[in-house]
Design a protein around this ligand. Structure first.
Ligand code: IMP
Ligand code: MG
Length: 177
């Protein structure tokens, strides 16, 4: 059984709040949301519907070498942006920040392209796991050090479709091929 950590309605309520906050902060500016595939897709789609400012979206796919539940910090770009971000107001949308290594690499990479502003919005963060300090402007929820699934988050590509965020039963991690 999956233990529910954040119910679907709590997720939706928090996403709406973040949307209002971001709309107020970026009033009068065009925003480019950069979603990190695949996990951020669900959060980003919902978040965007709460933005009251002109906005565009683009996506990056990155992969970190290493096993399925731990990040190595060695990151490879699998799909780059289509849009040139020079001079743009960029908001990176992430599903979860764990060690921070993936995001740290991504920020450095995007900064080199000279955006006007660059901020991060993460649905979830696990502060206990942080190995590197990354500036995150918007956070949905701080969660304990548990491996979570649902609302975009996967374990071996499964469970992204759950409408809530749940804690993966450790037996399923052990039994995974
Ligand atoms: P980091 O580089 O350690 O911060 O790892 C970030 C990435 O690892 C996220 O974008 C997720 O894809 C994945 N990840 C970290 N923690 C979890 C989790 O609890 N559930 C699912 N994926 C996770
Ligand atoms: Mg993942």
């Amino acid at each position: 059984m999956t233990e529910v950590l954040i119910e679907a309605d709590a997720l939706q309520q928090r996403v709406a709040e973040l949307g209002e906050e971001i709309s107020a902060d970026y009033a009068g500016r065009d925003l480019l949301l950069v979603g990190v595939l695949k996990g951020a897709v669900f959060f980003m789609a919902d978040l965007m519907r709460h933005l009251a400012i002109p906005c565009e979206i683009d996506f990056m796919a990155i992969s970190s070498y290493g096993d399925s539940t731990d990040s190595s910090g060695v990151v490879r770009i699998l799909k780059d942006l289509d849009i040139n971000i020079e001079g743009r107001h960029v908001l990176v949308v992430e599903d979860i920040i764990d060690s921070g290594l993936t995001l740290s690499y991504l920020i450095r990479n995007l900064e080199a392209r000279a955006p006007a502003t660059l901020e991060v919005c993460a649905l979830l963060t696990k502060p206990e796991r942080r190995e590197i300090d990354v500036p995150v402007r918007y956070v949905g929820f701080e969660i304990p050090n548990r491996f979570v699934i649902g609302y975009g988050l996967d374990f071996a590509e499964r469970y992204r479709n759950l409408p809530y965020v749940g804690v993966l039963d450790p037996a399923r991690i052990r039994d995974a091929p």
